[in-house]
Design a protein around this ligand. Sequence first.
Ligand code: HEC
Length: 140
Amino acid sequence: MVLFSTFPFVMTNIFFILLVLLFTSCVPIGKKSKLSFTPESLPQVEAVIPENVSYEFLKKEILTPHCIKCHDRMGTEAGLAWWLVPGVVEESELFLAMEDGSMPPGRAATTRELEIVRRYVEQLKPRAVKPPRLEAEFVR
Ligand code: HEC
């Protein structure tokens, strides 16, 4: 008799527990987020190299930490120009000395650093003179 009277109560409890289990199984606890932007990926974001590397970027990333202590002439854009041929990476000592591992002494340049130097030298390439802009188009 006791069993019968508690039966519905037990059933609702079991039903409730099953319901909770069903819901919790839908929540991906501890599952790795599909988002690619995680704290671990931040260094990669930081590592992005701009298409046109400016002298300031090159100086901050490479020259100041690795070169200027010995080559203070690299501390200005004009001074650095002595080690390169604008637009021609293969003829630029700045690039070649890093690529062959001789500079900076005792520390191999990373692929990323070589890419920064390459882009810097490339963007110095003298550009073709742009045709004059049709001002009328823009004055409205
Ligand atoms: C510890 C000092 C030191 C550091 C740091 C250093 N250099 Fe040098 N570098 C020298 C010396 C000394 C020479 C000249 C002697 C020689 O040719 O080996 C030289 C020569 C050069 C030359 C002339 C070509 C050559 O290979 O001789 C280039 C280009 C150059 N360095 C670029 C760099 C760059 C770029 C960096 C930073 C990534 C750098 N150096 C860091 C000491 C240094």
